[in-house]
Design a protein around this ligand. Structure first.
Ligand code: GUN
Length: 291
């Protein structure tokens, strides 16, 4: 069994980006600038946005955090996004999800200028990704693809099961894995909450990408020998013995499934750190497009 070490890989990618930023700086080219919009004080969102901003500093990007109150109106939020769209210093920005219930996510995501949409959530980018045109690929699926590429995992003709159909992970990764590219060409099945006999599907799969959010859902008796497992789950499970009061669990019973798998991502330290690295990669791309 080989661990797909997302932390190590993300550090390599961040180092590559840092070098490119310093080259740009010595040539007096624009330094990439990422903004993050956070509405409210959701604990997990604060942590994610905090580490996105910290990572920018590490690699020499400029960053701006726009922290708005949870009772902000949709109209006011969209006017903040308009300001970011108009601001030439900002190359790309993200609106951290989920948003409070009174705000319509679809209208907010439509207000992001597709050229600055480094999360790749705008329909223009999503559509371009489906058509294999240049676009911003959402950071989590992009991170999974990068793991597959850099660890040279064979995907062509393999049975790949994606569990979960969210717009952020499940649906885009199911599309990418089926595309006619070196990291794709898989025979993809997309399972979701209405899927029957999931175990029959997991047992037939060469590659399982789980983005479900149910801690330790995928058990050892559900997978075949030499399976490749990519665990996208990040659920906080309360734990009194931990100083934070919780621990992070993935979708996979790692201790047991890892004994059978050929490759597996740990949680934490797998897909999570890759998501941030690929967001930075998209921001660099947005900046370079303006050169
Ligand atoms: N919430 C969970 N994942 C993501 C992500 O990749 N981007 C944003 N903006 N919000 C998220």
């Amino acid at each position: 069994m080989k661990i797909l070490d997302g932390r190590k890989l993300s550090n390599i990618i961040k180092e590559e980006i840092k070098k490119e930023v310093s080259k740009r700086s010595s040539k007096k080219k624009k330094i990439p600038h990422l903004a993050a919009v956070l509405v409210g004080n959701d604990g997990a969102s604060l942590t994610y946005v905090g580490s996105k901003v910290r990572s920018c500093k590490q690699i020499g990007f400029l960053s701006t955090l726009i922290h708005l109150k949870s009772d902000i109106t949709e109209k006011k939020l969209i006017s903040e996004l308009d300001k970011l769209n108009q601001n030439p210093s900002i190359d790309g920005y993200i609106v951290q999800l989920p948003l409070p219930n009174h705000i319509n996510e679809e209208r907010v995501l439509l207000a992001v200028d597709p050229r600055k949409d480094v999360d790749g959530f705008h329909p223009t980018n999503f559509g371009r990704m489906v058509l294999e045109l240049p676009s911003f690929i959402p950071a989590t699926p992009f991170g999974i693809i990068e793991i597959i590429k850099r660890y040279k995992i064979e995907t062509s003709g393999k049975n790949c099961l994606v569990i979960g159909r969210s717009n952020i992970v499940g649906r885009p990764i199911s599309i990418l894995m089926s595309q006619k590219v070196s990291y794709g060409n898989a025979t993809v099945t997309l399972a979701h909450s209405r899927t029957k006999n999931l175990k029959e599907l997991t047992l037939k799969s060469d590659i399982i990408i789980s983005a479900l959010g149910i801690p330790e859902f995928l058990k050892v008796d559900m997978v075949k020998e030499k399976v490749v497992v990519i665990d996208v789950g990040i659920t906080r499970v309360s734990d009194k013995n931990n100083s934070k009061g919780y621990i992070i669990k993935g979708d996979v019973d790692y201790v047991n499934v890892s004994k059978k798998a050929s490759y597996i991502t740990p949680v934490p330290g797998g897909v999570g750190p890759m998501t941030i690295a690929m967001l930075l990669q998209n921001t660099l791309l947005a900046c370079k497009r303006k050169d």
